[in-house]
Design a protein around this ligand. Structure first.
Ligand code: SAH
Ligand code: TYD
Ligand code: ZN
Length: 408
């Protein structure tokens, strides 16, 4: 494990603003029959005094996080399936209009986005280090390379397949601490007038909504428009477009091109102004975010303790990676939340990382319905509440904690 006090991008000085202490790996669900020693690391966040990038102070070796049995399946949400179908459709209508065009996606997971591209018959390649999810994509007829995307992978791809018109990554680029190698790879692989597009949780939304559970081992960087613009310039690229997305509790899709090759959209300047007004890079903003984290922790814990003391049953819904930080930082275990219902086959029958709450199938949720359901997958609230409408009809109540603690 490397410990660094310098910004991973520009070498500037990092200023820590929150320390969650020792935390487990957020996707390392525990097999109750073969409990192995869990890997803990120090989870603390800081901001660079120069380029303003928010980042973890410590990174976990990638082989610990992204293993063969990585359990997260992108296709587990129908809303996300719609989102990625629309994303692919947009590329097919624009950058991939030419029948010979080529798209590379890193972090392609089970092929949720490339599926549409493959069906349209366009040249494509997924780059995905976790063999299990990579095989799930390959089984759908999607071309995948089982590897980490970095400079050497990009060089191998360009040697056999030529340059790409689009390089795309969703919920992946912010997971990668070694951006220097990724940018060198993008430089080698991207066509002269190609675009590098990525979308990740937006620090502006995290601060505004106190969604601190977005902070865990896999989320190494927390992007803002300003910090991405600085990062791009540092590596010879330019931020030419931004789009605010409603998925995963608020994300931004960033479009980068080689410096000077495209005219930036007015949206870039608009977001920069907005971030300035919000004071997103200012110390007091991060200090009040830190205060809000602890207020939320106290509020949620006392609500759950009260439920327990009054004899009301509480079940969690969605064994998200996010819930690892939430349960472990707030001290929520099986005594407060008896189990977590989740539709991911590889998570069922396991215990949540660190907090050891049993994970069961969604069928267990109705057998019988609890009094309260704590919605860990709050970013999928609409989809899950629709699916589980019967729970409310029978008098059940949802506990949500984003954008603030409330019961519906
Ligand atoms: N794009 C999908 C998956 C996000 S999960 C979605 O948005 O739903 C993050 C994925 O990135 C995981 O499948 C993980 O294995 C992969 N990943 C992590 N580091 C990577 C790297 N260096 N290159 C390619 N994929 C990587
Ligand atoms: P998600 O919030 O997408 O990501 P992360 O793990 O990065 O925080 O995870 C959603 C989890 O919720 C995932 O384990 C699947 C589960 N889920 C259900 O059980 N039912 C559903 O209807 C949906 C949409 C998700
Ligand atoms: Zn920096």
């Amino acid at each position: 494990m490397s410990d660094t006090l310098d910004c991973r991008i520009c070498g500037g000085t990092l200023h820590e603003f929150f320390d969650f202490g020792r935390q487990p790996l957020a996707d390392a669900f525990v097999d109750p029959n073969h409990p192995a020693q869990e890997y803990f690391h120090r989870l603390a966040v800081a901001q660079c005094g120069s380029c303003t990038m928010v980042q973890l102070l410590e990174d976990v070796p990638r082989e610990h996080m992204f293993r063969t049995d990585y359990p997260y399946l992108s296709s587990g949400s129908s809303a996300m399936q719609d989102h990625f179908r629309a994303t692919a459709g947009h590329f097919l209508d624009h950058e991939l209009r030419d029948l010979d065009s080529f798209v590379v996606e890193f972090g392609s997971n089970d092929g949720i986005m490339l599926d549409t591209v493959a069906r349209a018959g366009r040249r494509h390649l997924g780059v995905e280090p976790c063999a299990g999810v990579a095989e799930a994509a390959a089984a759908k007829g999607i071309r995948v390379r089982n590897a980490f995307f970095e400079e050497s992978t990009a060089a191998e791809i360009v040697a056999t397949e030529g340059r790409a018109n689009v390089i795309y990554a969703a919920n992946t680029f912010s997971h990668i601490s070694y951006v220097d190698s990724v940018f060198r790879g993008v430089d080698i692989l991207l066509d002269e007038d190609g675009i590098f597009v990525f979308e990740d949780p937006y620090m502006g939304d995290i601060v505004e909504r106190t969604s601190f559970d977005q902070i865990y081992d896999e989320h190494f960087y927390f992007f803002t428009v300003r910090s991405v613009q600085n990062m791009a310039a540092f590596y010879g690229f330019e931020l030419v477009d931004v789009e605010h997305l409603p998925v995963h509790g608020g994300e931004i899709r960033y479009t980068l091109a080689r410096s000077g090759s495209r005219t930036p959209s007015p949206e870039v300047a608009r977001f920069l102004d907005r971030e300035k007004i919000l004071g997103l890079a200012e110390r007091p903003t991060l200090e009040s975010f830190a205060t809000n984290i602890d207020l939320l922790r106290e509020g949620l814990r006392s609500l759950l303790v009260r439920c327990r003391d009054e004899g009301r049953s509480v079940v969690g819904y969605g064994a998200t990676a996010k819930s690892a930080t939430l349960t472990n930082y707030c001290g929520i275990g099986p005594e407060l939340v008896s189990f977590i219902a989740d539709n991911t086959p590889a998570k069922q029958g396991t215990l949540s990382p660190g907090s050891h709450i049993p994970v069961r199938s969604p069928e267990a949720f109705a057998d019988p319905y609890p009094d309260y359901a704590l919605l860990f997958a709050w970013n999928h609230a609409e989809e899950i509440m629709r699916k589980e409408a019967e729970f409310k009809r029978r008098g059940g109540r949802w506990i949500l904690y984003v954008p603030e603690l409330h019961i519906v």
